[in-house]
Design a protein around this ligand. Structure first.
Ligand SMILES: C[S@@+](CC[C@H](N)C(=O)[O-])C[C@H]1O[C@@H](n2cnc3c(N)ncnc32)[C@H](O)[C@@H]1O
Length: 205
């Protein structure tokens, strides 16, 4: 199945997965955060329809996105999710999930990379790398380079590919580097048009 068909299949799953308890932040008084944010539905559906079991996320915040991806996991006992953030605000909430491991540290730092690496067996290949931390050209490019090499993910999903000049430039370079394997799925995923959402089939299987 090609990438577009894979993403359409995820979107087509609709609202079957209950995300009503997954929030972007704890500040539920803010109207924007009273329901799951736009891309959460796609992430959960993508994980479910592709039967993913291993995920690495860069940028945890309050744990909303890793929790929705976990909702899409079919067999939690056979899954392993790692999320990285320099802040530990989600540590408490995520500690109730046996299959989610949080690494606190600078994602680009050597120590953090080693910690992430040490959580996996020798031959790591993860199903999905979701990058949603610092939305600048340099940071995101380095993240892709470091964790792409380290984890050999099948898919990489990037948030905010349209957010600013740097992200637009990076996305354009990625589309040139991966013709037919880098797809802007802003519309398919229902992401805000000014933010943007992109997927790369990083490793062909
Ligand atoms: C946009 S938020 C992540 C939102 C989350 N993925 C979600 O959808 O619920 C970005 C996060 O990146 C984290 N961050 C910023 N710089 C970082 C770095 N150098 N290393 C790791 N995390 C970083 C911030 O602390 C923040 O929590």
């Amino acid at each position: 199945m090609d990438l577009q068909a894979i993403c359409k299949k995820a979107a087509g799953l609709g609202k079957q997965i209950d995300l009503s308890d997954c929030y972007y932040t704890l500040k539920r008084t803010h109207s924007r955060y009273k329901k799951p944010v736009d891309y959460y539905r796609f992430l959960a559906n993508f994980v479910y329809t592709q039967c993913l079991t291993s995920i690495v996320e860069i940028g945890t915040a309050y744990g909303g996105s890793i929790m929705v991806m976990n909702k899409g996991i079919r067999n939690k006992d056979k899954s392993f999710l790692v999320t990285v953030d320099k802040n530990d605000i989600a540590l408490n909430i995520l500690s109730r999930y046996n299959n989610i491991h949080m690494v606190v540290g600078d994602a680009l730092g050597l120590e953090t990379r080693r910690s992430v690496r040490s959580l996996f067996s020798k031959s790591i290949t993860v199903d999905l790398l979701f990058i949603d931390a610092v939305h600048t050209y340099n940071f995101t490019k380095r993240c892709i380079s470091i964790y792409g090499k380290l984890m050999s993910p099948h898919f990489i999903i990037l948030d905010d590919i349209r957010l600013n000049e740097g992200m637009v430039k990076l996305w354009s370079e990625l589309q040139q580097k991966f013709p037919n394997r880098a797809l802007d799925i802003t519309e398919i995923s229902n992401r805000k048009k000014t933010a943007g959402f992109g997927i790369i089939e990083w490793k062909e299987v």
